[in-house]
Design a protein around this ligand. Structure first.
Ligand code: G6P
Length: 613
């Protein structure tokens, strides 16, 4: 997904911008570019491919290493293919204005026609270039100041943007604006670093200002002014970023994903900490305090999310119905708002999102709000849009997740759902005894995850036997059915192996036709009410000469008779098993991707935070 960095201050901008871009690499991108203000002119350099390619090109480029004002961008193509021309920054006809932009200008075709009629010619296929020309049109002949021109242009735009603009005639001014795409201003001493993501700012300062939708900032090295897009002054508070650079770095692991997989005992402990009270057998979630009265009245829950977070939602459906006895539905956020959904009184909507910026989830949330639902966020990134737009919420406290494939955020999403379900359940019908049993078992989960992680090397050896197979099946039932889906998604995402996840009983209704000699089939076959039935499904695969890999409960030696490989996880109540059974599947996907030489942290075609619909 696209990333923005900008600098205005007293230092040389170029190095700061390139470092910032590197910090944003994890978001996924296909091209990158930079613009530096140099002696009254804007010098632009863009390259398709990696930031290292741009860096190499910078070595021979003139006028890019001296300026103290600049903007830079990593692009993830939406309008127009990923190439140098379509990369940002984009400039107007005369090269007096340059801008970088995240989001989509929906009416760009109309604006392009308007500008073409006025004599503008365009170099790229992007919607963003149209905005650069539009600002240029309003700015030309000194008709308006830069900020007035930006304001006038944004007044004509339909769509979403996080953007940063500089002009050749303004050696010490950077303008940024936000509508629907995040933008953060890092406040340093005589300098400002603006970015679409805190990780590009944190090296310079942990004092930041979060722009809200429809806000704009005019930033110079000696100060900044914030207004709405319509020029109403806005006073912004400086906030502290909680994450350190060290937290963001790889911490000695080969990949961010592996580091994040191994962080799970710790982050799950953090996510639980201060929230479980074993003395009075309660769950304390401060973020839900403001909707305390509504919580008692909830009759139905709708969970909305995308990707891995949607799988967390599926587990949530079991948790909320089982532990809280509340009717629950799970929706793909991308489908929700196009269905004209029915939100009745007593419905609460829970948006689950690691980034808190996923456009589909945000749009679904807004639709639910419009229809009168109480909204709750289960979000990792503090201060993100979903976190701010929900009525109440619970943060994951999983720390920054850099690997594109979500791992630790997923387990923390399960933790938070469990906590909410237990809190609601206890208020409704759950006995003290049951609550105590669940809270004790939940507090043991971090240590049990650590035990599950000990299988990493064994999983690596196992995977090496099957790494040439192109089709895998993942099967589970009940609480572990969503984990089968998640195991298949992880494998697809990072190793590019085709994999399907299914409820185990569904196999006989079609997918069994796929089973052939040597095909790897992963069963989640932990001790639970459907264990015997799963054994039946395992037999069906064996009869067709498929290879069976089972994730089973520690101590179950008997299952070895039915399987080619067994990976053990510690025992725990069925409700909490997903937090353990997902661990070997994350490791399986990781080792498969490494064995196949894939770029684990930046899988092809994927983005960490998908801020377009
Ligand atoms: C993208 C990522 C997935 C993630 C999904 C939802 O597709 O590649 O890993 O699960 O977005 O992201 P969110 O930030 O809303 O959890």
């Amino acid at each position: 997904m696209c990333g923005i960095v900008g600098y205005v201050g007293k230092k040389q901008a170029c190095g700061i911008l390139i470092e910032g871009l590197k910090r944003l690499e994890y978001r996924g991108y296909d091209s990158a570019g930079i613009c530096i203000h140099h002696e009254g002119q804007l010098r632009v350099l863009k390259r398709s491919g990696r930031i290292s390619v741009l860096e190499e090109a910078l070595e021979g480029a003139e006028g890019l290493d001296t300026g103290t004002l600049g903007i830079a961008h990593t692009r993830w193509a939406t309008h127009g293919e990923p190439n140098e021309l379509n990369a940002h920054p984009h400039i107007d006809c005369e090269g007096r204005i340059a801008l970088v932009h995240n989001g989509i200008i929906e009416n760009y075709a109309t604006l392009k026609q308007f500008l073409t009629d006025k004599g503008h010619t365009f170099r790229s296929q992007t919607d963003t270039e149209v905005l650069a020309h539009l600002i240029g049109e309003f700015y030309k002949d000194g008709a308006r100041s830069l900020e007035e021109a930006v304001r006038a242009a944004l007044g004509e735009v339909t769509g979403t943007y996080g953007l940063a603009v500089v002009a050749g005639g303004e050696p010490d001014k950077l303008i940024c604006a936000r509508k629907g795409s995040p933008l953060i201003i890092g406040v340093g001493k005589d300098e400002y670093v603006i970015a679409s993501d805190a990780s590009a700012v944190i090296e310079h300062t942990d004092n930041v200002i979060y722009l809200n939708d429809n806000e704009m900032a005019v930033v110079t090295s000696d100060g900044m002014r914030t207004t709405t897009i319509d020029n109403v002054p806005v006073t912004k508070e400086i906030q502290q970023i909680e994450w350190s650079l060290e937290e963001i770095a790889k911490g000695g692991y080969d990949h961010y994903m592996l580091k994040e997989i191994f962080e799970q005992p710790e982050v799950v402990r953090t996510s639980l900490s201060g929230r479980i009270n074993l003395r009075d057998l309660s769950v304390q979630l401060g973020g839900l305090g403001s909707i305390d009265r509504e919580l008692i009245k909830i009759r139905k829950l709708v969970l909305m999310a995308c990707g891995t977070a949607w799988h967390a939602g599926l587990v949530g459906e079991y948790l909320f119905e089982d532990l809280a006895r509340i009717a629950t539905e799970v929706e793909y956020a991308s489908e929700f708002r196009y269905r004209n959904p029915i939100i009745e009184e007593g419905t609460a909507v829970i948006a689950i999102s690691q980034s808190g910026e996923t456009a589909d989830t945000l749009a679904a949330l807004r639709e639910a709000k419009e229809k009168g639902a109480v909204t709750i966020g289960i979000v990792n990134v503090v201060g993100s849009t979903i976190a701010r737009e929900t009525d109440a919420g619970v943060y994951l406290h999983a720390g920054p997740e850099i690997g594109v494939a979500s791992t630790k955020a997923f387990t923390c999403q399960l933790v938070v759902e469990t906590l909410i379900a237990l809190m609601l359940g206890r208020r409704r019908f759950m006995s003290q005894g049951a609550m105590e049993k669940y809270l004790r078992a939940l507090s043991e989960i971090p240590d049990k995850i650590a035990v599950a992680l000990e299988q990493s090397d064994a999983i690596k050896d196992l995977v090496n036997e099957y790494v040439d197979r192109d089709n895998w099946l993942f099967l589970g039932r009940g609480y572990n059915y969503p984990i089968a889906l998640e195991g298949a998604l992880k494998l697809k995402e990072i190793s590019y192996i085709h994999a399907e996840g299914l409820p185990a009983a569904e196999m006989k209704h079609g997918p069994i036709a796929l089973i052939h000699e040597g095909m790897p089939v992963v069963f989640i076959a932990t001790r639970c009410t459907t264990y015997e039935k799963i054994l039946g499904n395992i037999e069906e695969v064996r009869a067709r000469k498929g290879r069976v890999i089972a994730v089973a409960t520690e101590g179950n030696e008997d299952i070895r008779r039915y399987c080619d490989h067994v990976i053990y996880v510690p025992n725990c109540p069925a409700q909490f098993q997903p937090m353990l059974t997902v661990i070997p599947l994350q490791l399986l996907a990781y080792h498969a991707a490494v064995a196949r030489g894939c770029n684990v942290d930046k899988p092809r075609n994927l983005a960490k935070s998908v801020t377009v619909e």
